[in-house]
Write a protein that binds this ligand. Sequence first.
Ligand SMILES: NC(=O)c1ccc[n+]([C@@H]2O[C@H](COP(=O)([O-])OP(=O)(O)OC[C@H]3O[C@@H](n4cnc5c(N)ncnc54)[C@H](OP(=O)(O)O)[C@@H]3O)[C@@H](O)[C@H]2O)c1
Length: 423
Amino acid sequence: MAMKQEIFNARVTFRKSPIHVLERFTLGDIENAYSSFQKHTDLQECVILQTCNRVEIFGSGTKHDIDKIKKVWASLSGLEEHAFQDNLEWSKDSDVYDHLLKLTSGLDSMVVGEEQILGQIKNSIASARSNKSSGEHLNTLFDKAIRVGTRVRNSTGISKGSISIGSMAVKLAEENVDDMKLKHILLIGTGDAAALVAKSLTKRGYQFSITSRTIERSTSFSKTIGGTPIDFNQILSGFEKYDVVFVATTAPYFLVTHERIQKALNEKNSGMMILDLSNPRTVDEKVAELSGIKLMNIDQIAEMVDKNMRSRMGQKTSAEQIIKEELTVLEASMKRLEAEPIVKDVFKNMDEIRIKELEKAMNMLGDLDPDKKKIIDDLTKSVVENIVSVPMNNLRKETEQGNSELIDTVGKLFNYKKKIDST
Ligand SMILES: NC(=O)c1ccc[n+]([C@@H]2O[C@H](COP(=O)([O-])OP(=O)(O)OC[C@H]3O[C@@H](n4cnc5c(N)ncnc54)[C@H](OP(=O)(O)O)[C@@H]3O)[C@@H](O)[C@H]2O)c1
């Protein structure tokens, strides 16, 4: 029996694992990860996708052993194998195609429709290609999924109207705070997430203070994106000057503590709204228990973005519809790949026979002018093609429909059995 190629996906994502847990599953040096998976698992092809919301391994091979994959993954991330128990999701063939189509379309993102993931997937397959760790199966799958993702985005507008996490945070502040223009606004953090907040604040005409551990970062941030730079330690010693605080840092501990906010509240006679975009949190959730404090965290902000998206455009359903149609097409293309090695071999072998016989005949015919030679050459080509192409196209069609037994039969007929087994 020809061994069927299977496509697998193993993933740890924000859906099952909080970000601080997810972070422990990251694979470190990607090139090293590729070579370890190739050496120590049965995967013949491999693509790694690693973003701040997911770590995913796509693989292709005639057999798979999840334990081997977990073992390599665990050793790369410095984890015990039992860490996978509550966090790992695992799927095969059509379920993988469906998952990847949802990923490229932005349907599996925290903020539905966000654009970043499509670029991240493009980078992943490009780096797998240059590492030669992906091959015909995963290259086909990713190329098609990227095309579908682009189609979904272009024809549904799922990304176009999508509101960024930054502008949603500002919108939520406006909804919860009266007279925002008169309030003192602080932004802690000078990275990508902070930039999204700053752009939205500037666009809506709000003045704000910007702070980062490194004063140079706040100064250059203020020049390029906006805000007035403030010394970080000065902020930490007193939040009382501020009414609205946006926080977006990768600090591994709480910067905005219960104690600091309690102190600020004692010194001012009004409340505060705090919006924490960080994951893991930079603001201690206990702060929300203080009276006069309204706290929103990243999950709540992302949920609002998602709701807003759906109610405004109802695009998710049409995106899902396109994915459903495209999934059938993709399944057929992936199945068809199974027939390709034997089809290629049959054509190659027939052509070798043709050339051998042609040379014999040409030798017997002696000197012929080039025009006549060409007529005979073309004749042999068209005879071979006409005879072989019908059965080969039938083989492709049958394989597309999932009838892979025919591959074995053709293998037997053409003596190719051994060759398919070893690919
Ligand atoms: N990027 C996004 O689109 C996005 C979307 C949703 C949520 N988030 C979340 O937002 C947070 C920030 O992400 P990002 O993409 O903006 O990261 P980033 O571009 O790497 O920026 C990190 C920021 O954190 C600050 N920082 C790092 N360690 C710190 C510490 N120990 N104390 C104080 N500040 C520290 C850095 O400033 P200094 O170097 O000056 O300390 C910098 O301003 C993350 O938790 C992320 O999960 C990001």
